[in-house]
Each structure stands twice: as C-alpha cells, then as structure tokens.
Design a binder for this molecule. Structure first.
Ligand SMILES: [Zn+2]
Length: 84
C-alpha cells in the first residue's frame, strides 16, 4: 500500500472507527504518514479545546471614554439592562 492510498483510507474513517490492518501496518513502517496522523490528531485536539478569553492588554485601547468604560470587564457587574 502506498502513502497516498493509506492516508486516503485513514482520512475516510469515521471517528473511533477501527483502523484497517493494512493501514495500521503502513503507519507502523512509514514515518511520514505516522507523523501526519499525529499532526492531524493534535490539530483535532486543539480545535476541540475551548477558546481562551481575550486578554485586555491585547485589545487596542480607544481614546473614547464610552468605549473604554464598555470594554472594562467590571462595567456590567451589578448593573441590569434597562435599569437607569
Ligand atoms: Zn506512508
């Protein structure tokens, strides 16, 4: 089995589906495909992780005081929408 065929077969599998013996043997002896599968697994894990909240020091600062107040994470604490 060549790399293209083995990798296509691997990609055609559903999640947690049993990997066919021929593909397993190919991955065992082919470092290129084995590395690709590891990278795919890692990418899937990273994509499934929750996003980190934005850091305040990363966001650009605005000169507008209304925008500054709205971007403060404590601005809405204790305030209800619609209350004056
Ligand atoms: Zn290969």
């Amino acid at each position: 089995m060549n790399c293209q065929k083995a990798f296509d077969r691997y990609l055609s599998l559903d999640k947690y589906e049993h990997v066919p013996l021929s593909v397993t043997v190919h991955l065992l002896f082919c470092p290129v495909c084995r590395t690709s599968v590891r990278r795919l697994t890692l990418a899937e894990k990273v994509l499934a992780a929750p996003l980190a909240p934005a850091q305040a020091d990363v966001l650009p600062q605005s000169a507008d005081p209304v925008v500054q107040a709205a971007s403060c994470p404590h601005f809405f604490v204790g305030h209800r929408l619609g209350s004056a």
